[in-house]
Design a protein around this ligand. Structure first.
Ligand code: GAR
Length: 205
């Protein structure tokens, strides 16, 4: 089994899609251990505990250097038995950049979902960046986390059309539907040992 730690900052709908897939038996090798947020008001915390009975924890960042915050995060994950040799950390709308120390500690054991077809439009407001650029296709990317921003090996991508008159919100909603399919699928691939990273390529076995 792979022990899962999920990090969220707000709504947590991607977390919900992963926990729902596990509950439905679609990711049999994943065991959710903890959901952690940097925001005490994150709606997803209630969903995790009330809908799925998963333990939750809030770690506030105020006054802490990035490295010290991440030390607390690693300690909380390990306390919940999410470790590099048995675990997977899923960033699911976690709106913080994580430190190189965190990335190194959980080397190739951290996944992220981004609402654009990377390497286009990394960082914040990816959907708005896509609209402003005038692309006709966008989508989402699930990738391993490395030291850069949204730059690690790509596991899978799903596309959606960008249509005339789209706003940031309408495009975000169209992409989100695909995110909810893609993230559980990527977690399943990881937990089944079907991803092999060579350089920046994540091969699917
Ligand atoms: C999702 O669209 C996710 O791709 C995005 O935030 C949203 C979180 O929604 N993440 C990023 O932009 C990271 N750069 P959720 O809390 O409902 O899962």
């Amino acid at each position: 089994m792979i022990n899962l730690g999920i990090l969220i900052s707000a709504r947590g709908s991607n977390m919900d899609s992963i926990l729902a897939a596990i509950k439905a038996g679609r990711i049999p090798r994943a065991k959710p251990q903890i959901v952690i947020s940097n925001n005490a008001d994150a709606e997803g915390l209630k969903v995790a505990s009330e809908k799925y009975g998963v333990s939750t924890k809030v770690i506030l960042s105020e006054g802490l250097k990035r490295q010290d915050y991440d030390k607390k995060m690693i300690a909380a994950l390990e306390e919940a038995d999410v470790k590099p040799d048995n675990g997977l950390v899923c960033l699911a709308g976690f709106m913080r950049i994580i430190s190189p120390e965190f990335v190194r500690h959980f080397k190739m054991k951290i996944l992220n979902i981004h609402p654009a077809l990377l390497p286009s439009f990394p960082g914040l407001h990816a959907q708005k960046q896509a609209i402003d650029y005038g692309v006709k296709v966008s989508g989402c990317t699930v990738h391993f986390v490395d030291d850069g921003v949204d730059s690690g090996p790509i596991i899978l991508q799903r596309t959606v059309p960008v249509v005339e008159g789209d706003s940031e919100e309408t495009l975000a909603a169209r992409i989100l539907e695909q995110e909810h399919q893609a993230y559980p699928e990527a977690v399943k691939l990881f937990t089944e040992g079907r991803l092999k990273v060579e350089g920046r390529i994540a091969h699917q076995l």
